[in-house]
Design a protein around this ligand. Structure first.
Ligand SMILES: N=c1c2ncn([C@@H]3O[C@H](COP(=O)(O)OP(=O)(O)OP(=O)(O)O)[C@@H](O)[C@H]3O)c2ncn1[C@@H]1O[C@H](COP(=O)(O)O)[C@@H](O)[C@H]1O
Length: 124
């Protein structure tokens, strides 16, 4: 039986080999191109409000599938959400690295501890 690789021996995946990184690059390359040939170009040409609206719609469809326990549909809707999130990042000038950096910064910090450390909101 093959031995599991030690953490330091595991092959790390260069960023561009990640499907989300590739999708980001594809969507970015569609910016300003013919909207009759690219859905991403069409969506970005329709403006930020439309992009945000589509992301919101996809997020709602996604949570409906989750609440209804439809695993297969949840997978499909999740892909739609991620695609529309990436269109939103491209439009807003946010890169996947920006988000990965923020996620890495949070690694190891419990959400409970983080919430408890927030300054208390003043009432009234
Ligand atoms: N992952 C996706 C993806 N997911 C969903 N969609 C499209 O998103 C659209 C959602 O349909 P809707 O009717 O909700 O959207 P709409 O036409 O804006 O609707 P209205 O608001 O006008 O009613 C469909 O056309 C889907 O095909 C996607 N279109 C593209 N991608 C990826 O983006 C890449 C680039 O695509 P293009 O920009 O089209 O070249 C592709 O190779 C894919 O990898």
């Amino acid at each position: 039986m093959a031995k599991a690789a030690k953490p330091e021996e595991r092959k790390t995946t260069p960023a561009r080999e990640h499907v989300l990184e590739r999708l980001f690059e594809t969507v970015q390359s569609r910016r300003g191109t013919d909207p009759t040939l690219s859905h991403s170009a069409r969506l970005m040409a329709r403006g930020r409000n439309k992009i945000a609206q589509k992301f919101g719609e996809e997020a709602v469809e996604c949570l409906i599938e989750a609440v209804n326990g439809n695993r297969k549909e949840l997978v499909g809707e999740s892909a739609d959400v991620l695609y529309h999130l990436i269109v939103m990042w491209v439009d807003a000038g946010v890169s996947p690295d920006d988000v990965w950096t923020e996620l890495k910064r949070r690694e190891g910090t419990s959400g409970i501890a983080e919430k408890a450390s927030r300054p208390k909101e003043k009432l009234g």
